[in-house]
Ligand binder design. Structure first.
Ligand SMILES: CC(C)(COP(=O)(O)OP(=O)(O)OC[C@H]1O[C@@H](n2cnc3c(N)ncnc32)[C@H](O)[C@@H]1OP(=O)(O)O)[C@@H](O)C(=O)NCCC(=O)NCCS
Length: 182
């Protein structure tokens, strides 16, 4: 079953009933890179299912590893790892990548951009995404962001609904057209 079809189903009950949210969120470390790479890659493959212009590269795993490594040493970047609890303790089940960027022409001058947010399907639709967003936002605010934004593919209806439900609205758009190879 593809990720997209899988993701439109409601989440199954957790393996063990845990009070509160079935995750623990923390700032990612070098040791998290290996388990975070497949999560980032799953997100990119999901985006590919939504839009053929987002065809995933053959070297996506290497690129994801490099990007994460770079983020971990970038003081303007935030990478959070969500770990399961109970029988899923120590298993990384979700990720958020974000960055503080300068807005050269606008105020507030710094924005916190959520670049990637991904949770394994079993963990979805129980408020975990909302919690990840709150955590990422507070880290971005600590780094000086006066505005939080989210970058995601327009065709990714999960992201569109997730962010719209939390009061995000489009402020800029990136339109694309494929070019013939000469
Ligand atoms: C986006 C994501 C992190 C949200 O996590 P979550 O724990 O499901 O989010 P919450 O439980 O806090 O909020 C659920 C809301 O998100 C949206 N949503 C989540 N899954 C959805 C789906 N399959 N289809 C449509 N909307 C969906 C809805 O607005 C939903 O509210 P509803 O249940 O009242 O319809 C998670 O769904 C995910 O990993 N999706 C796949 C990756 C992705 O698309 N990431 C965003 C692009 S960068």
């Amino acid at each position: 079953m593809t990720e997209r079809k899988e993701s439109t189903k409601r989440a199954a009950p957790p393996p063990t009933e845990t009070p509160g949210l079935p995750i623990h969120v923390r700032v990612a470390t070098e040791a998290d890179i290996a388990p975070l790479v497949p999560l980032l890659v799953r997100l990119k493959r999901l985006n590919e299912e939504f839009d053929p212009l987002l065809k995933v590269r053959a070297d996506v795993d290497d690129r994801a590893r490099e990007i994460l490594q770079h983020d971990l040493s970038n003081p303007r970047a935030v990478v959070l790892a969500a770990e399961g609890v109970g029988s899923d303790k120590d298993k990384v089940v979700g990720v958020v990548r974000a960055q503080v960027r300068e807005r050269v022409f606008y105020t507030p001058e710094l924005e916190g951009v959520i670049l990637d947010i991904y949770l394994l399907p079993l963990y979805r639709r129980r408020g975990v995404g909302e919690y990840l967003l709150q955590e990422a936002t507070s880290h971005l605010k600590e780094k000086g962001a006066g505005l939080v934004t989210a970058e995601f593919p327009t065709q990714n209806e999960i992201a569109v609904r997730f962010y719209a439900k939390r009061g995000f609205r489009p402020i800029t758009a990136l339109h694309a057209r494929a070019l013939e190879r000469s």
